[in-house]
Design a protein around this ligand. Structure first.
Ligand code: ZN
Ligand code: ZN
Length: 309
């Protein structure tokens, strides 16, 4: 399976400010030497050694991740319809999308009115949510005066499925489990028979996330990669208790406890700049050393990147 990240921010899109771009350029100018400009190779070396928060950005868009299975080239699995889904729709055009919503908070649905394939009569979109009213909630955000086009007239075939059981598509299964979040949310376990990915955003990790029972053990077993909420620093998690998100150290604890091999830190806070978010992944790696769990791969969710499993 190939996992593509189209939106990795939480709560609200967070575009770079002009001053952020100016600061990145200033940093580069202060670092560069004449010898770095000698030839293409020296220029490439110079750019490669820049800190990632200078030569890049985690991206601005809110939650949207897609999973593509090469054996099903006409189908794309999409998780959440945050503002990142607009770029997805411009980039990956297939006749059939399966869109799984973790929940209906605005950062996870705001991109749907801008999802180009939804306007194509040759496209089918199957949508899934645990929320019984999700079709009318999605439609509501496009009612006048909020948006000029009604959802009902977008053109594509839209089918709405309220989750009650494991969804199966050929070899692929998508299971779901409720997680701790205001107004409710669910995580998704995507298994293609060879690899297993967990999409678990908008979870406030508490002691309940570490309770072993038959259901949790089955859901969290053999996970190769988890895309996991790690919105806050530990201190900020205290001040934002009950807001429904986790700190990076709890994301590492969760992976260690459930023997998850690889985590991707996700749902970055819109008030954090690139340097702070890249520092968070360094702090998460130092924390895993304290836990003596160097076996877990920890990486940052960055818009526009992919992971092959
Ligand atoms: Zn969210
Ligand atoms: Zn939420």
């Amino acid at each position: 399976m190939r996992i593509d990240f189209w939106g990795v921010r939480g709560s609200l899109p967070a575009p770079l400010k002009p001053s952020d771009i100016q600061n990145k350029i200033k940093f580069v100018i202060q670092q560069i030497q004449m010898s770095d400009l000698e030839n293409d190779e020296s220029k490439r070396r110079f750019l490669e050694q820049l800190p990632p928060w200078i030569f890049g950005s985690v991206g601005a868009n809110t939650s949207c991740v897609s999973i593509y299975f090469p054996e099903y080239p006409n189908v794309l699995f999409v998780f959440d319809a945050g503002s990142g889904i607009r770029e997805l729709g411009l980039t990956i055009k297939v006749p059939h999308y399966h869109l799984f919503l973790s929940h209906l908070h605005w950062d996870h649905i705001m991109g749907f009115p801008f999802f180009g394939p939804a306007y194509n009569p040759n496209v089918t979109i199957d949508m899934y949510s645990f929320n019984k009213d999700f079709a009318s909630v999605l439609s509501m955000q496009m009612k006048p005066p909020y948006f000029p086009t009604r959802m009902e007239t977008m053109g594509s075939q839209q089918r709405f499925h309220i989750l009650t059981e494991v969804i199966k598509f050929g070899r692929v299964t998508v299971d779901y489990r409720y997680i701790n979040h205001p107004n409710g949310a669910c995580s998704y376990r995507i298994d293609d028979g060879k690899h297993c990915c967990l999409y678990i955003t908008d979870i406030e990790i508490t002691a309940a996330a570490f309770v072993r029972d038959g259901e949790s053990e089955a859901f969290y077993q053999n996970i190769d990669l988890a895309i996991i909420d790690s919105q806050y620093t530990p201190l900020e998690m205290f001040s934002k208790a009950t807001w429904g998100h986790s700190s990076f150290n709890l994301a590492v604890d969760f992976a260690a406890y459930w023997s998850i091999k690889h985590i991707v830190l996700f749902h970055h806070d819109p008030t954090y700049d690139d340097q702070k978010i890249f520092n968070i992944v360094q702090a998460a790696r130092r924390y895993q050393e304290l836990l003596e769990r160097k076996d877990i791969t920890i990486q940052l969710a960055i818009e526009g990147t992919s992971i092959d499993l």
